[in-house]
Write a protein that binds this ligand. Structure first.
Ligand code: MG
Length: 224
């Protein structure tokens, strides 16, 4: 169980998602770096809670000889925590279902993902290895920040690799909640990872990965 401090409240929040719904290609510059078209509607997939680790825990590189994975990438993303169940919610009411926000690193076995895409297999396994979901370091409650204008940054060993702003999202948070809830119930505690900007790249054992979204803070994980 991962417990996050609630910023400015003195309390804590226990993460308990049934699912982590992740957006693919929700920043145009990131879609372009993979030669992908900008999606005409939100494209999403799921990560399972077994991938989650907290601030300060280690991202574990899979053994190449076991799984054939050689390239693992970082992806900084704004994470939305759902506060109230919703199904078929309208955009205008979507934000009433948000509990708060945190930082997520959608760690991805990129070479495995590409091999699976070539076979028309889902992205599932390349996204769901244990430790591939760092989350934290704290929660900022809904209403205490505007998710439409937040700077995102990711550093590897102190070098900036990703730098953008949530205003560059193709589909903003209310659109995402409304759209996903047409297909599946979003339950209290579920997490939506809203997609990564451009600049994704490899990490390796020994690296320190720092994903920052102000005013939430910096999520820091060592790779082993
Ligand atoms: Mg992602």
């Amino acid at each position: 169980m991962i417990t996050l401090p609630i910023k400015g409240q003195g309390g804590t929040y226990e993460l308990h998602p049934v699912k982590i719904v992740c957006l693919g290609k929700n920043y145009a510059a990131h879609a372009k770096e993979f030669d992908s078209q900008i999606p005409s509607e939100p494209m999403f997939f799921c990560k399972t809670p077994t991938c989650l680790i907290s601030d300060g825990q280690k991202i574990r590189m899979p053994k190449k000889e076991e799984l054939g994975i050689e390239r693992v990438d970082h992806e900084v993303e704004l994470a939305v925590i759902i506060g109230k169940d919703c199904k078929d919610v309208a955009k205008a009411e979507a934000m009433e279902h948000v509990f708060g926000y945190t930082v997520f690193n959608d760690v991805t076995a990129r070479d495995l993902q590409k091999r699976d895409i070539a076979k028309m297999w889902p992205w599932f396994r390349s996204k769901n290895l244990d430790t591939f979901g760092p989350v934290g370091p704290r929660v900022v409650l809904a209403g205490e920040l505007d998710p439409r204008d937040l700077p995102l940054e990711l550093k590897v060993n102190g070098v900036v690799k990703q730098r953008s702003n949530t205003r560059e999202m193709i589909f903003p948070v209310p659109t995402l909640i409304s759209f996903i809830s047409k297909y599946m119930t979003l339950e209290e505690g579920d997490i939506i990872a809203t997609g990564t900007p451009d600049g994704v790249g490899p990490i390796q054992a020994g690296d320190v990965v720092e994903a920052t979204i102000e005013p939430i803070g910096t999520l820091r994980n060592l790779v082993e």
